[in-house]
Design a protein around this ligand. Structure first.
Ligand code: SAH
Length: 218
């Protein structure tokens, strides 16, 4: 283990293991997800002033009125995606802090991530580079339109709530691929859309609370 992670206190191995125990208790079963969440240092994705809370199971502010998602929700969404077809290429909409991007980069071959707020994107890119990841690409744009040039994707994960299901994203799913997305403007449902030969099947995973997916004017 790297000395940097052996420190005592809020970023210690024990503090992180407590979070993993909590995720297990809440029903997360996929060991690949639990291992990634143990290893990716969430405290490096928030402001230093909030680092002491990074291994609590809670969303935290990241500036620009946005939040880094609650660890349980990151785990739940990642687990749902991994249970589908093998993930070579994944699209994320809403890079934010880059934490979910890093979790995906630890688990799949290539991650494409789209964000509309430039300073967040720049910070996220820097953090992934500093952690040594090479298998990611970011783009500044309205992710409601996806990133068609690199599709179709083996999985798409959206980390902001869409008022309605964005059709463009469904169109970028490979066969048997899954789209995991919060949908709704008041009460939001975490939905999983699977692309099959017969069309698109919808399953509702749970009630969630995300910042809105903002559609830019074209
Ligand atoms: N996955 C992030 C969650 C960030 S919150 C994390 O772990 O930190 C949601 C993010 O979605 C915000 O950064 C917000 O700017 C972004 N977002 C909202 N609407 C968007 C859109 N239409 N296209 C791309 N990003 C969007």
């Amino acid at each position: 283990m790297n000395a940097h992670w052996q420190g005592i206190g809020f970023t210690s191995q024990r503090t992180r293991e407590r979070l993993i125990q909590r995720l297990r208790a809440m029903g997360i079963r996929d060991e690949r997800v639990l291992t990634a969440m143990l290893n990716v240092p969430r405290h490096t994705f928030v402001d230093e002033a909030l680092a002491s809370r990074a291994y609590e199971d809670t969303a935290l502010p990241i500036g620009h009125n946005q939040t880094i998602s609650q660890p349980y929700i990151v785990a739940r969404m990642t687990e749902a995606l991994l249970a589908g077809r093998p993930l070579r290429r994944v699209l994320e909409v809403g890079s934010g802090s880059g934490y979910q991007t890093a979790i995906l980069a630890a688990l799949v071959d290539e991650v494409y991530s789209v964000e509309r707020i430039e300073p967040l994107l720049r910070l996220a890119r820097r953090r992934l580079q500093d952690l040594g990841y090479r298998n990611f690409r970011f783009k500044l744009s309205d992710g409601g339109s996806g990133w068609p040039e690199h599709g179709p994707y083996d999985g798409i994960l959206v980390t902001a709530a869409a008022a309605e299901l964005p059709e463009a994203l469904c169109g970028q799913l490979a066969l048997q691929a899954r789209l995991v997305i919060p949908v709704g403007s008041g009460q939001q449902q975490l939905q999983m859309i699977t692309h099959s030969e017969d069309g698109y099947q919808r399953a509702v995973l749970e009630t969630v609370n995300f910042v809105p997916l903002v559609r830019d004017e074209h």
